[in-house]
Design a protein. Structure first.
Length: 86
């Protein structure tokens, strides 16, 4: 059995992945990276935090509160850098 800290870490990682893949998706991650490139880290963090709060407040409060996603993270997921294809 996993201890409570490990279970919390797994749950939190699942929430972050859900937020990234199902809420932000490719376009949201791209926009945040564009904002980060053209502003400072504090501005990007504040925007990300507001988006997280909006997403988190809309999650169901029962179970793990996560939506099921049929896709698994892979090399084409928004958090991975992709080289430009020609």
């Amino acid at each position: 059995m996993l201890d409570a800290d490990r279970q919390d870490a797994i749950c939190n990682e699942a929430k972050v992945l859900n937020f990234t893949y199902n809420y932000l998706r490719h376009d949201g991650v791209f926009l945040l990276r564009l904002i980060a490139h053209n502003t400072n880290g504090i501005t990007t963090t504040e925007i990300t935090r507001e988006l997280w709060d909006l997403w988190y407040d809309r999650q169901p409060q029962h179970g793990d509160g996560l939506q099921k996603n049929n896709s698994e993270p892979n090399e084409t997921s928004p958090v991975f850098d992709q080289p430009a294809s020609n």
